[in-house]
Write a protein that binds this ligand. Structure first.
Ligand SMILES: *Cc1c(COP(=O)(O)O)cnc(C)c1O
Length: 404
């Protein structure tokens, strides 16, 4: 295989299409998909050197695969980290992080507004392995600080959050983590490196659910952890080669190609989301809109600074109504009246999706927990896709204009 060396200091848009292009002897222009479990060795002596890690060369796809390597290299370049490792799913990336940077007796401080499975993994499953997690209010830096103990090894945040789009100040949390000898990990699935590159603000580990924006067209599942060679390649990569949490080559290839249009998609989806957020804010049957791109968002200034001036594709809003029952009926009416939007919990897709968090993604919480999290029965979340905005407005108007 051959590849030419790219000039240094290229922009993310250029890296997204040009980084990690490796060509076989055929000179294919588009990245090849190496759909093979093992690799044939030229002779036994070479095989022996490769298996002993004395010579570079592919042997077996759980250990390394050229398509997966291209995906990892491109994502790391876009995030501005030394390296990345690909995982089977986003949750696989979080599990890999927990099993490598933590051990029995360690403590984690984590936002209470993380993705639901993240909360169940850290607050539930990992407890059996002697790892304890404290959950704190996302936006309250003092609460993060107060939760830190001598055995705290990791701070873990997600910004912006689902579904209320709360931010955290990555730079402030990185300073806090490093002052206590801990690492800061940021789940960047909602933002992508187009909106925000957490490493620039001091984050040590960046988590991706590639299932969302990196694929962008809802086809495959995958994930990644980005960070330093010392932690991500040496420690996580070694674990991965034994533990088998790898991303499949086909999924890595879909994401590799998805990244080529990531910047275009995220910019167009963010611009559409901003316009839709303004339109919803002005609608008489909408009581509140949650979107970092709006000036009414309490952390608008931080969003503009941290997220490259964009709000991202995801917004939420409360429909008009009184009491839990009517609010829920009204929210269901708006979602059920759509004919363009998809009722599905996925996000970051080029197809606009609409969900009712209180009965789906946050349905397992008690009513009290939901109230504390600010997720009411009247709340709907939209991940804005690439449809024409007039069609989306008409789709939402059908239900919003006819509330009982
Ligand atoms: C979807 C999601 C995950 C989990 O990713 P999977 O690919 O579904 O395992 C983790 N974090 C965030 C923010 C997500 O949206």
């Amino acid at each position: 295989m051959t590849h030419h060396t790219l000039p240094r200091n290229l922009h993310p848009e250029t890296l997204a299409v040009r980084e990690a292009v490796e060509r076989s002897q055929w000179g294919e222009h588009s990245e090849a998909l190496y759909l093979t479990s093992s690799f044939v060795q030229p002779d036994c002596a070479t095989a022996a050197r490769r298996f002993a890690n004395e010579e570079a060369g592919y042997t077996y796809s759980r250990t390394a695969n050229p398509t997966v390597a291209s995906f990892e290299q491109r994502l790391a370049a876009m995030e501005g980290t030394e390296c990345a490792v690909g995982t089977s799913t986003g949750m696989g990336a979080i599990l890999l992080m927990a099993l490598t940077v933590l051990k029995a007796g360690d403590h984690v401080v984590c936002s209470q507004s993380m993705f639901g499975s993240t909360i169940r993994l850290l607050g539930g499953e990992m407890v059996r392995f002697g790892i304890e997690t404290s959950f704190v209010a996302q936006t309250d830096v003092a609460a993060w600080k107060a939760a830190i103990r001598p055995n705290t090894r990791l701070l873990f945040a997600e910004t912006p959050t689902n579904p209320l789009t709360d931010l955290c100040d990555i730079e402030a949390l990185a300073g806090l983590a490093h002052a206590h000898g801990a690492l800061l990990a940021v789940d960047n699935s909602f933002a992508s490196p187009v909106l925000q590159r957490p490493a620039r603000f001091g984050a040590d580990l960046i988590i991706h659910s590639g299932t969302k924006l990196l694929d962008g067209q809802g086809r495959t599942m995958g994930g990644a952890v980005c960070g330093s060679t010392a932690v991500v390649d040496k420690i996580m990569g070694t674990f991965l080669r034994s533990g088998g949490l790898n991303i499949a080559p086909f999924n890595a290839w879909v994401m590799l190609k998805g990244m080529e249009t990531l910047a275009l998609r995220v910019r167009a989806q963010s611009a559409a989301a901003l316009e839709l957020a303004h339109w919803l804010e002005a609608h008489p049957n909408v009581t509140r809109v949650y979107y970092p791109g709006l000036e009414s968002h309490p952390q608008h200034a931080l969003a503009m600074r941290q997220q490259n001036g964009m709000g991202g594709p995801v917004l939420s809003f409360d429909v008009l109504g009184e009491g839990a029952e009517q609010l829920r009926a009204n929210a269901f009416h708006v979602a059920d009246s759509t004919r363009v939007c998809s009722i599905t919990a996925n996000l970051g897709d080029v197809k606009t999706t609409i969900t009712h968090p209180a009965s789906t993604s946050h349905g397992r919480l008690s009513e009290d927990q939901r109230r504390a999290a600010g997720i009411g029965q009247g709340l709907l979340r939209i991940s804005v896709g690439l449809e024409h905005l007039d069609d989306l407005k008409a789709d939402l108007s059908r239900g919003l204009d006819t509330l009982s």
